[in-house]
Design a binder for this molecule. Sequence first.
Ligand SMILES: [Zn+2]
Ligand SMILES: [Zn+2]
Ligand SMILES: [Zn+2]
Length: 307
Amino acid sequence: MSKFLSGELDEIEPVYDPKRGYRYETVETFVEEPPKAEAFLDELYEAGILTRELYDEVVFCPKCNSVCISIRYCCPHCKSFNIKKSCLIEHVKCGYMDVEENFRRGDGLICQKCHDELRKPDVDYRRAGTWCTCKECSKSFDIPVVKLFCRDCHEEFTFEEISIRNVYRYALREEARKEAAEGWVLIPSVSEFLSENGFEVKSAAYLKGKSGANHMFDIVASKKENTKFVTVIDLATSADKAVTEQPVIALFAKIYDVSPNAAYLIAIPRLNDNARKMAELYNIQAVEGKDQKEAIESLKEKITRTK
Ligand SMILES: [Zn+2]
Ligand SMILES: [Zn+2]
Ligand SMILES: [Zn+2]
């Protein structure tokens, strides 16, 4: 997210690796295993954080899953891929049609029927499609049969047998960019304010709960003179009118397990009514502000009051 926001990353484009297929190298650095990069991006797409656009398709071998697949154009009669592909040419003036090799005389093209020279394409002659000849059975045809050959396990497959997967290029959704940008500037300024006011600050930080699970908070602060007094802060922004109950519920689930001394939810621009009621019920201090300046002012007021 910070790479997107700093402009370091504009979009996440797959890079082709001849052995493993498409890879998302920028993402591989922060997922546990490289093959999970794609699943991770898909999750972010499903969650509405990223947008995606079809980039390419990957063909897999149905037997060994390899992506090293070559396309074979085969003779429809004997199925051999030992074919010769030629261009069909028509002499416009006399209507004679044949494959290009039969017109070729040195560098030029001469009609075999009327012996005129074919000079200008689309005027003297036109290309009338392709014509293939099988070098095995000598039969001719215009449309070859497509087969796929796995370069790893050396099996040959028909189009019906192979599996195809879409590969996407991802970008940050504009609404997500706005929401994240708020947080990106807000978290450091909140952390700074807390440090100046005698807190030890960590962001983002994990706290272990009674259940044994680790929970992440945007900011975890503890008073320097009393390190046992722990304050957790989460941030929720909304590009729409108000932040919903969802981040309130998420924060409640974490504090229920972690039991900090104080919990704040910074909501920009504000919480909706239901979310505000819920926060009160759950003992979460709602800090609202239409922008980060207002939010910090409001947090200052609340924190100094609890001192
Ligand atoms: Zn053939
Ligand atoms: Zn001719
Ligand atoms: Zn294979």
